[in-house]
Design a protein. Sequence first.
Length: 384
Amino acid sequence: MTFELAQRNVRLHLFRSILAAIGIIIGVVAITSMGLLGGALEQSVSDELMNMGNTIIITPAGPSIGDERAGIDERDIRQIKLIAGRNPTIAFYNTYDQVKVSDSQGYSSVYGVDPGELPPITTLVSGRYISGTEGVMIGQTLARNFGIREGNFITVGIGAREQRVRVVGILENTGFSGGIQTDNAIIGSERWYEAKYGGRGKYDQVVITVHNLDDIDGIKDAIDARLNRREDVVNIMDFRSLISSIQEAIGQISLFVMAIGGISLLVAAVSILNVMLISVNERIKEIGILRSIGTQKADISKMFLYEAAILGLIGSVCGGLLSLVGGGLLIMLIMQDISYLLTMHTVITVIYGMIIGTIICIAAGVYPAHRAAQLNPIDALSND
């Protein structure tokens, strides 16, 4: 009976109930949409970084001083490859230099690498791979920024070190990775790089792609023991701790943003509290009649809690459905990829948002329900 009475009161004061539900809808949409966006950002970064989770990066420990170039020499690279075993290992040169095309100029990464090492780790978009000292390859971003196509010439370097070189191929962007990042890069052969920048046999970086993640620590320890036994010759790192730290940071940012959205839910809770108190004041005589015919305090309390639950459930369900639209728009606006909305995380976040909205509404109804249950039946019946 108490549930039916609660439904009746919601219907009798429909406009007021709708206004209260709208507050819950706004609160649930705010907190859930922010949660969806945070989850999408975390998933996007995770997808980008997971490709690096099995990568070991080895760099020289000492700095370059004057004409003395720091680098990993060929003997150390042979030792590293021996320890890495069947795990693919690539060594390359790397610097940063100016690039000019006609009247346009900018800066890009410049790599020197064994041409035979490129096909397994890169994807050719157009043209062909480099061979010997003939030509260079560039990334898609650099090609798009300067309007470069295969066969065009670019100028690399500044002043007396300028060199005009032909682009023989364009590589697909690799994004942020632990090895060669092709996006805004010029890639030449080792011989071409050594002829232009010097430092032959002093490689800037060695990258090992480990097939089995369980082997990473063993390989790192073995390289450290072999190369750094007397002094630090190389720095050795992997991206597992970085990935964990980034995911944790994004998670904290998501919680903070959701907390801001949660303020609107608290405002909605105050609105529900106000509506329920008004409802109690309007129905004092009804409460007195119910008490006089034997209705228990607990049943009176339940009646008002059911009313709060009905408002909360309607508002939360509507808010959860609308948050899919709001979250989708945010993801499309910021990330340009709606696929991150179509995940299990979305379902869980929406369900959590609806549960939180409903619980807050019920909590807002506790005080009015308690107040109604404590009314004296005689005083309630005599109320005008």
